[in-house]
Design a protein around this ligand. Structure first.
Ligand code: DSN
Length: 431
Protein backbone atom coordinates (compact mmCIF):
# COMPACT_ATOMS: atom_id res chain seq x y z
CA UNK A 1 0.00 0.00 0.00
CA UNK A 2 2.87 2.35 0.73
CA UNK A 3 4.95 1.43 -2.34
CA UNK A 4 6.08 4.28 -4.52
CA UNK A 5 6.20 6.73 -1.61
CA UNK A 6 9.38 8.39 -0.31
CA UNK A 7 11.29 6.08 2.05
CA UNK A 8 11.35 8.65 4.85
CA UNK A 9 7.57 8.88 4.70
CA UNK A 10 7.14 5.13 4.88
CA UNK A 11 9.53 4.98 7.84
CA UNK A 12 7.70 7.64 9.81
CA UNK A 13 4.34 6.00 9.21
CA UNK A 14 5.71 2.56 9.96
CA UNK A 15 7.34 3.58 13.25
CA UNK A 16 4.12 5.27 14.28
CA UNK A 17 2.10 2.18 13.40
CA UNK A 18 4.50 -0.04 15.34
CA UNK A 19 4.38 2.29 18.34
CA UNK A 20 0.59 2.26 18.30
CA UNK A 21 0.38 -1.49 18.13
CA UNK A 22 3.07 -2.10 20.75
CA UNK A 23 2.03 0.43 23.37
CA UNK A 24 -1.72 0.19 22.85
CA UNK A 25 -2.22 -3.57 22.48
CA UNK A 26 0.90 -5.55 23.34
CA UNK A 27 2.30 -4.06 26.54
CA UNK A 28 1.19 -3.83 30.14
CA UNK A 29 1.55 -0.10 30.75
CA UNK A 30 2.29 0.81 34.36
CA UNK A 31 3.64 4.34 33.82
CA UNK A 32 1.85 6.21 36.60
CA UNK A 33 1.46 9.44 34.62
CA UNK A 34 -0.23 8.07 31.51
CA UNK A 35 -3.67 6.84 30.53
CA UNK A 36 -5.95 6.20 27.55
CA UNK A 37 -8.74 8.32 26.20
CA UNK A 38 -11.89 6.52 25.11
CA UNK A 39 -12.50 6.17 21.35
CA UNK A 40 -15.27 8.73 21.79
CA UNK A 41 -12.86 11.27 23.28
CA UNK A 42 -10.26 10.38 20.64
CA UNK A 43 -12.76 11.04 17.89
CA UNK A 44 -13.65 14.38 19.48
CA UNK A 45 -9.91 15.15 19.64
CA UNK A 46 -9.57 14.69 15.88
CA UNK A 47 -11.58 17.78 15.03
CA UNK A 48 -10.89 20.79 12.84
CA UNK A 49 -10.21 22.74 16.03
CA UNK A 50 -6.65 21.43 15.88
CA UNK A 51 -6.04 23.82 12.99
CA UNK A 52 -7.43 26.98 14.60
CA UNK A 53 -6.46 29.85 16.86
CA UNK A 54 -8.50 31.28 19.71
CA UNK A 55 -6.25 33.43 21.88
CA UNK A 56 -8.06 34.99 24.81
CA UNK A 57 -11.13 33.83 26.69
CA UNK A 58 -14.42 32.39 25.40
CA UNK A 59 -16.48 35.08 23.68
CA UNK A 60 -13.59 37.57 24.07
CA UNK A 61 -11.12 36.40 21.45
CA UNK A 62 -8.47 38.04 19.36
CA UNK A 63 -9.58 36.01 16.31
CA UNK A 64 -12.78 35.52 14.36
CA UNK A 65 -14.23 32.09 13.65
CA UNK A 66 -14.36 30.83 17.22
CA UNK A 67 -18.09 30.78 17.95
CA UNK A 68 -18.25 26.99 18.49
CA UNK A 69 -14.89 26.83 20.25
CA UNK A 70 -16.27 29.42 22.68
CA UNK A 71 -19.33 27.27 23.37
CA UNK A 72 -17.21 24.16 23.94
CA UNK A 73 -14.58 25.89 26.09
CA UNK A 74 -17.12 27.59 28.35
CA UNK A 75 -18.92 24.27 28.91
CA UNK A 76 -15.66 22.46 29.66
CA UNK A 77 -14.64 25.17 32.13
CA UNK A 78 -17.99 24.69 33.88
CA UNK A 79 -17.68 20.91 33.91
CA UNK A 80 -14.16 20.89 35.34
CA UNK A 81 -15.18 23.32 38.10
CA UNK A 82 -18.31 21.26 38.82
CA UNK A 83 -16.30 18.04 39.10
CA UNK A 84 -14.10 19.72 41.70
CA UNK A 85 -16.96 20.98 43.83
CA UNK A 86 -17.39 24.44 42.33
CA UNK A 87 -15.29 27.46 41.54
CA UNK A 88 -13.61 28.70 38.39
CA UNK A 89 -11.58 26.65 35.93
CA UNK A 90 -9.05 27.71 33.35
CA UNK A 91 -8.55 24.90 30.83
CA UNK A 92 -6.09 26.73 28.58
CA UNK A 93 -2.75 25.57 30.06
CA UNK A 94 -1.40 23.02 27.61
CA UNK A 95 0.30 21.02 30.39
CA UNK A 96 0.49 20.68 34.14
CA UNK A 97 3.79 22.54 34.06
CA UNK A 98 2.21 25.45 32.20
CA UNK A 99 -0.58 25.49 34.78
CA UNK A 100 2.01 25.60 37.58
CA UNK A 101 4.02 28.32 35.84
CA UNK A 102 0.93 30.54 35.56
CA UNK A 103 0.02 30.09 39.23
CA UNK A 104 3.57 30.45 40.55
CA UNK A 105 4.07 33.63 38.49
CA UNK A 106 1.07 35.20 40.21
CA UNK A 107 1.81 34.02 43.74
CA UNK A 108 5.57 34.53 43.87
CA UNK A 109 7.85 37.36 42.81
CA UNK A 110 11.41 36.86 41.65
CA UNK A 111 13.49 36.49 44.84
CA UNK A 112 10.61 35.16 46.96
CA UNK A 113 10.43 31.68 48.48
CA UNK A 114 8.23 28.64 47.91
CA UNK A 115 8.04 25.66 50.24
CA UNK A 116 7.71 22.39 48.29
CA UNK A 117 7.76 18.63 48.98
CA UNK A 118 11.29 17.16 48.81
CA UNK A 119 12.51 16.28 45.31
CA UNK A 120 13.29 12.63 46.19
CA UNK A 121 9.89 12.32 47.79
CA UNK A 122 8.12 13.28 44.60
CA UNK A 123 8.15 17.03 43.95
CA UNK A 124 7.49 17.53 40.25
CA UNK A 125 10.31 19.16 38.29
CA UNK A 126 8.14 22.27 37.83
CA UNK A 127 8.10 22.72 41.64
CA UNK A 128 11.87 22.93 41.74
CA UNK A 129 14.85 25.16 41.10
CA UNK A 130 15.72 22.90 38.16
CA UNK A 131 12.39 23.69 36.49
CA UNK A 132 9.68 26.33 36.65
CA UNK A 133 10.56 27.77 40.08
CA UNK A 134 14.13 28.23 38.86
CA UNK A 135 12.92 29.92 35.66
CA UNK A 136 10.87 32.35 37.75
CA UNK A 137 13.85 32.84 40.14
CA UNK A 138 11.76 31.77 43.12
CA UNK A 139 13.77 30.00 45.79
CA UNK A 140 12.78 26.41 46.67
CA UNK A 141 12.71 25.32 50.31
CA UNK A 142 12.00 21.62 50.83
CA UNK A 143 9.61 20.40 53.52
CA UNK A 144 10.88 17.79 55.97
CA UNK A 145 9.71 14.26 55.17
CA UNK A 146 8.81 11.45 57.55
CA UNK A 147 10.33 8.23 56.14
CA UNK A 148 8.29 6.06 58.49
CA UNK A 149 4.97 7.60 57.41
CA UNK A 150 6.10 8.13 53.79
CA UNK A 151 4.58 11.58 54.01
CA UNK A 152 5.33 15.20 54.82
CA UNK A 153 6.43 15.59 58.45
CA UNK A 154 3.53 17.83 59.49
CA UNK A 155 4.94 19.33 62.70
CA UNK A 156 8.32 20.11 61.18
CA UNK A 157 6.75 21.42 57.97
CA UNK A 158 4.48 23.78 59.93
CA UNK A 159 7.48 25.11 61.86
CA UNK A 160 9.47 25.53 58.63
CA UNK A 161 6.63 27.47 56.97
CA UNK A 162 6.39 29.75 60.01
CA UNK A 163 10.16 30.33 59.98
CA UNK A 164 10.60 30.79 56.22
CA UNK A 165 7.41 32.77 55.59
CA UNK A 166 7.21 31.80 51.91
CA UNK A 167 5.00 33.40 49.26
CA UNK A 168 3.35 30.07 48.61
CA UNK A 169 3.49 26.40 49.53
CA UNK A 170 3.05 23.48 47.13
CA UNK A 171 1.57 20.08 47.98
CA UNK A 172 0.97 17.11 45.69
CA UNK A 173 3.65 15.02 44.06
CA UNK A 174 4.68 12.65 41.28
CA UNK A 175 5.63 9.86 43.67
CA UNK A 176 2.47 9.78 45.71
CA UNK A 177 1.19 6.92 47.84
CA UNK A 178 -0.59 8.69 50.71
CA UNK A 179 -2.52 12.00 50.80
CA UNK A 180 -0.53 14.99 52.00
CA UNK A 181 -1.82 16.77 55.16
CA UNK A 182 -3.64 19.60 53.39
CA UNK A 183 -5.56 21.13 56.26
CA UNK A 184 -2.57 21.53 58.60
CA UNK A 185 -0.30 22.89 55.88
CA UNK A 186 -3.02 25.26 54.63
CA UNK A 187 -3.43 26.67 58.13
CA UNK A 188 0.32 27.18 58.51
CA UNK A 189 0.57 28.81 55.07
CA UNK A 190 -2.34 31.14 55.70
CA UNK A 191 -0.97 32.11 59.11
CA UNK A 192 2.05 33.69 57.38
CA UNK A 193 0.03 35.17 54.51
CA UNK A 194 1.09 32.47 52.00
CA UNK A 195 -1.16 30.65 49.56
CA UNK A 196 -1.41 26.89 49.22
CA UNK A 197 -1.16 25.41 45.72
CA UNK A 198 -2.13 21.76 45.36
CA UNK A 199 -0.66 20.02 42.32
CA UNK A 200 -3.21 17.29 41.69
CA UNK A 201 -1.71 16.06 38.42
CA UNK A 202 -1.40 12.47 39.59
CA UNK A 203 -4.58 12.19 41.61
CA UNK A 204 -7.09 14.34 39.70
CA UNK A 205 -9.10 11.29 38.58
CA UNK A 206 -9.17 9.96 42.14
CA UNK A 207 -10.33 13.31 43.52
CA UNK A 208 -13.08 13.60 40.91
CA UNK A 209 -14.00 9.95 41.57
CA UNK A 210 -14.19 10.72 45.32
CA UNK A 211 -11.47 8.31 46.37
CA UNK A 212 -8.97 11.02 47.37
CA UNK A 213 -9.69 14.08 49.49
CA UNK A 214 -10.48 17.20 47.50
CA UNK A 215 -7.78 19.71 48.54
CA UNK A 216 -10.10 22.64 47.77
CA UNK A 217 -12.39 21.40 50.55
CA UNK A 218 -9.46 21.28 52.96
CA UNK A 219 -7.97 24.72 52.57
CA UNK A 220 -5.95 24.71 49.34
CA UNK A 221 -6.33 28.05 47.53
CA UNK A 222 -5.76 26.72 44.06
CA UNK A 223 -5.53 23.35 42.38
CA UNK A 224 -3.40 22.70 39.32
CA UNK A 225 -3.30 19.45 37.38
CA UNK A 226 -2.61 17.74 34.14
CA UNK A 227 -5.62 16.12 32.54
CA UNK A 228 -4.16 12.80 31.40
CA UNK A 229 -2.97 10.74 34.38
CA UNK A 230 -5.62 9.25 36.66
CA UNK A 231 -7.96 11.69 34.92
CA UNK A 232 -7.99 9.93 31.54
CA UNK A 233 -8.26 12.86 29.17
CA UNK A 234 -6.13 14.49 26.49
CA UNK A 235 -2.66 15.70 27.44
CA UNK A 236 -3.03 19.18 28.89
CA UNK A 237 -3.46 21.20 32.06
CA UNK A 238 -6.14 22.79 34.20
CA UNK A 239 -6.31 25.29 37.06
CA UNK A 240 -9.25 25.46 39.48
CA UNK A 241 -9.84 27.88 42.35
CA UNK A 242 -12.87 29.09 44.30
CA UNK A 243 -11.33 32.56 44.71
CA UNK A 244 -12.66 34.76 41.90
CA UNK A 245 -10.04 37.48 42.29
CA UNK A 246 -7.22 34.94 42.25
CA UNK A 247 -8.77 33.27 39.21
CA UNK A 248 -8.79 36.56 37.33
CA UNK A 249 -5.13 37.18 38.08
CA UNK A 250 -4.10 33.64 37.16
CA UNK A 251 -6.08 33.77 33.91
CA UNK A 252 -4.15 36.89 32.95
CA UNK A 253 -0.92 34.96 33.50
CA UNK A 254 -2.05 31.89 31.52
CA UNK A 255 -2.56 34.14 28.50
CA UNK A 256 -0.49 36.04 27.49
CA UNK A 257 2.46 34.95 29.69
CA UNK A 258 2.56 31.19 29.19
CA UNK A 259 0.07 30.18 26.51
CA UNK A 260 -0.67 31.83 23.20
CA UNK A 261 -2.98 29.40 21.47
CA UNK A 262 -4.21 26.62 23.68
CA UNK A 263 -4.39 23.61 21.32
CA UNK A 264 -8.12 23.80 20.84
CA UNK A 265 -8.73 20.19 19.84
CA UNK A 266 -8.02 19.24 23.47
CA UNK A 267 -11.20 20.97 24.55
CA UNK A 268 -13.94 18.70 23.13
CA UNK A 269 -11.92 15.65 24.21
CA UNK A 270 -11.54 17.10 27.69
CA UNK A 271 -15.27 17.73 27.77
CA UNK A 272 -16.04 14.13 26.79
CA UNK A 273 -13.65 12.85 29.47
CA UNK A 274 -15.11 15.19 32.08
CA UNK A 275 -18.55 13.75 31.34
CA UNK A 276 -17.20 10.20 31.48
CA UNK A 277 -15.80 11.04 34.90
CA UNK A 278 -19.08 12.64 35.95
CA UNK A 279 -21.02 9.49 35.16
CA UNK A 280 -18.46 6.68 35.61
CA UNK A 281 -15.69 8.33 37.64
CA UNK A 282 -16.54 6.87 41.04
CA UNK A 283 -16.68 3.33 39.70
CA UNK A 284 -13.38 3.80 37.88
CA UNK A 285 -11.56 5.49 40.77
CA UNK A 286 -12.78 2.81 43.16
CA UNK A 287 -11.33 0.08 40.95
CA UNK A 288 -8.07 2.00 40.52
CA UNK A 289 -7.39 2.14 44.26
CA UNK A 290 -8.45 -1.49 44.71
CA UNK A 291 -6.14 -2.57 41.91
CA UNK A 292 -3.18 -0.62 43.27
CA UNK A 293 -3.58 -2.21 46.69
CA UNK A 294 -3.97 -5.64 45.18
CA UNK A 295 -0.91 -5.23 42.95
CA UNK A 296 1.14 -4.13 45.97
CA UNK A 297 0.00 -7.14 47.99
CA UNK A 298 0.56 -9.56 45.13
CA UNK A 299 4.09 -8.25 44.56
CA UNK A 300 4.92 -8.39 48.27
CA UNK A 301 3.65 -12.00 48.46
CA UNK A 302 6.03 -12.86 45.62
CA UNK A 303 9.07 -11.48 47.40
CA UNK A 304 9.27 -7.88 46.17
CA UNK A 305 10.15 -5.10 48.60
CA UNK A 306 7.06 -2.88 48.36
CA UNK A 307 7.15 0.47 50.15
CA UNK A 308 4.62 1.21 52.87
CA UNK A 309 3.70 -2.28 54.07
CA UNK A 310 2.77 -1.07 57.58
CA UNK A 311 0.56 1.62 56.03
CA UNK A 312 -1.35 -0.72 53.71
CA UNK A 313 1.07 0.00 50.81
CA UNK A 314 -0.94 2.68 49.00
CA UNK A 315 -4.07 4.79 48.89
CA UNK A 316 -3.47 6.08 45.36
CA UNK A 317 -3.02 4.56 41.89
CA UNK A 318 0.68 4.00 42.58
CA UNK A 319 2.78 1.18 43.95
CA UNK A 320 6.45 1.78 44.72
CA UNK A 321 9.15 -0.91 44.80
CA UNK A 322 12.67 -0.80 46.17
CA UNK A 323 14.63 -2.92 43.69
CA UNK A 324 18.18 -2.25 44.92
CA UNK A 325 18.65 -5.93 45.70
CA UNK A 326 17.48 -6.80 42.15
CA UNK A 327 20.13 -4.68 40.43
CA UNK A 328 18.60 -1.20 40.81
CA UNK A 329 15.86 0.77 39.11
CA UNK A 330 17.55 1.30 35.74
CA UNK A 331 18.28 -2.38 35.17
CA UNK A 332 14.91 -3.57 36.44
CA UNK A 333 12.97 -1.10 34.28
CA UNK A 334 14.96 -2.15 31.19
CA UNK A 335 14.40 -5.87 31.80
CA UNK A 336 10.68 -5.29 32.26
CA UNK A 337 10.52 -3.31 29.03
CA UNK A 338 12.10 -6.25 27.22
CA UNK A 339 9.24 -8.30 28.65
CA UNK A 340 6.63 -5.80 27.35
CA UNK A 341 5.96 -4.36 30.81
CA UNK A 342 6.45 -0.60 30.79
CA UNK A 343 7.38 1.10 34.09
CA UNK A 344 9.70 3.91 35.13
CA UNK A 345 12.71 3.90 37.40
CA UNK A 346 12.25 6.36 40.25
CA UNK A 347 14.13 8.02 43.08
CA UNK A 348 12.92 6.84 46.46
CA UNK A 349 12.55 9.26 49.38
CA UNK A 350 15.76 7.93 50.94
CA UNK A 351 17.88 7.98 47.74
CA UNK A 352 20.59 10.62 47.34
CA UNK A 353 19.51 13.22 44.74
CA UNK A 354 22.38 12.29 42.41
CA UNK A 355 21.02 8.73 42.09
CA UNK A 356 18.65 9.98 39.40
CA UNK A 357 20.17 7.92 36.58
CA UNK A 358 20.08 4.69 38.57
CA UNK A 359 17.72 5.15 41.48
CA UNK A 360 16.62 2.41 43.87
CA UNK A 361 13.01 2.37 42.89
CA UNK A 362 10.34 1.50 40.38
CA UNK A 363 7.10 3.47 40.30
CA UNK A 364 4.04 1.58 39.03
CA UNK A 365 0.58 2.99 38.26
CA UNK A 366 -2.51 0.87 37.60
CA UNK A 367 -4.85 3.51 36.16
CA UNK A 368 -4.41 2.67 32.47
CA UNK A 369 -4.80 -1.07 32.95
CA UNK A 370 -7.89 -0.36 35.06
CA UNK A 371 -9.28 1.73 32.24
CA UNK A 372 -9.13 -1.31 29.91
CA UNK A 373 -11.05 -3.41 32.40
CA UNK A 374 -8.43 -5.12 34.56
CA UNK A 375 -9.41 -6.00 38.12
CA UNK A 376 -7.82 -7.67 41.14
CA UNK A 377 -7.32 -11.03 39.39
CA UNK A 378 -5.34 -9.37 36.60
CA UNK A 379 -3.15 -7.59 39.17
CA UNK A 380 -2.11 -11.05 40.42
CA UNK A 381 -1.15 -11.98 36.86
CA UNK A 382 0.87 -8.81 36.39
CA UNK A 383 2.73 -9.47 39.66
CA UNK A 384 3.47 -12.99 38.45
CA UNK A 385 4.91 -11.71 35.13
CA UNK A 386 7.10 -9.26 37.04
CA UNK A 387 8.33 -12.02 39.35
CA UNK A 388 9.25 -14.20 36.39
CA UNK A 389 11.44 -11.45 34.95
CA UNK A 390 12.99 -9.86 38.03
CA UNK A 391 13.08 -12.63 40.63
CA UNK A 392 13.05 -15.94 38.73
CA UNK A 393 15.38 -14.61 36.04
CA UNK A 394 13.31 -15.93 33.14
CA UNK A 395 14.24 -14.81 29.65
CA UNK A 396 12.40 -11.45 29.15
CA UNK A 397 11.70 -12.19 25.48
CA UNK A 398 9.79 -15.33 26.46
CA UNK A 399 7.77 -13.49 29.06
CA UNK A 400 7.11 -10.75 26.46
CA UNK A 401 5.19 -13.25 24.32
CA UNK A 402 3.02 -14.28 27.27
CA UNK A 403 2.42 -10.63 28.19
CA UNK A 404 1.29 -9.95 24.63
CA UNK A 405 -1.21 -12.84 24.71
CA UNK A 406 -2.52 -11.65 28.09
CA UNK A 407 -2.83 -8.02 27.01
CA UNK A 408 -4.79 -8.83 23.86
CA UNK A 409 -7.76 -9.70 26.10
CA UNK A 410 -7.98 -6.11 27.35
CA UNK A 411 -8.21 -3.73 24.47
CA UNK A 412 -11.53 -1.99 24.99
CA UNK A 413 -11.65 1.19 27.06
CA UNK A 414 -14.23 0.93 29.87
CA UNK A 415 -15.94 3.58 32.03
CA UNK A 416 -17.26 5.43 29.00
CA UNK A 417 -20.57 5.92 27.23
CA UNK A 418 -21.92 3.08 25.07
CA UNK A 419 -21.13 4.76 21.76
CA UNK A 420 -19.57 2.85 18.90
CA UNK A 421 -17.65 5.63 17.19
CA UNK A 422 -17.62 3.82 13.87
CA UNK A 423 -21.09 2.28 13.85
CA UNK A 424 -22.91 5.21 15.40
CA UNK A 425 -21.04 7.66 13.22
CA UNK A 426 -19.60 9.85 15.96
CA UNK A 427 -16.52 10.37 13.82
CA UNK A 428 -18.59 11.38 10.82
CA UNK A 429 -20.65 13.80 12.86
CA UNK A 430 -17.51 15.77 13.49
CA UNK A 431 -16.93 16.48 9.82
N1 DSN B 1 6.92 13.85 36.06
C1 DSN B 1 5.98 13.13 35.25
C2 DSN B 1 5.54 11.89 35.90
O1 DSN B 1 5.05 11.92 37.03
O2 DSN B 1 5.70 10.86 35.28
C3 DSN B 1 4.80 13.91 34.89
O3 DSN B 1 5.07 15.19 34.45
Amino acid sequence: MLSGLPGELVEILEFTRRHNRWRRFETINLIASENLMSPLAESAYMSDMMHRYAEGKPFKRYYQGTRFVDEVESRVQGLMAELLGGGFADVRPISGTTANASVFRVLGACGSKAVIPPVQAGAHVSHTKYGTLGALCIEQVEMPFNMEELNIDVDKAVKLIEDVSPSFVVLGASLYLFPHPVREIAEAAHSVGARLVYDAAHVLGLIVGKRWRNPLDHGADVLTASTHKTFPGPQGGVIVTRDKQLYKKISRAVFPYFVSNHHLHRLPALGVTALEMKYYGEQYADQVVRNAKKLAEALAERGFKVLGEHLGYTKSHQVVLDVRSLGGGAKAAKLLEEANIIVNKNLLPYDPPDAIKDPSGLRLGVQEMTRVGMKEQEMEEIAEFMKKVLIDGEEPAKVAEKVKEFRMNYVEVKYTFPVNTVKDGALLLLY
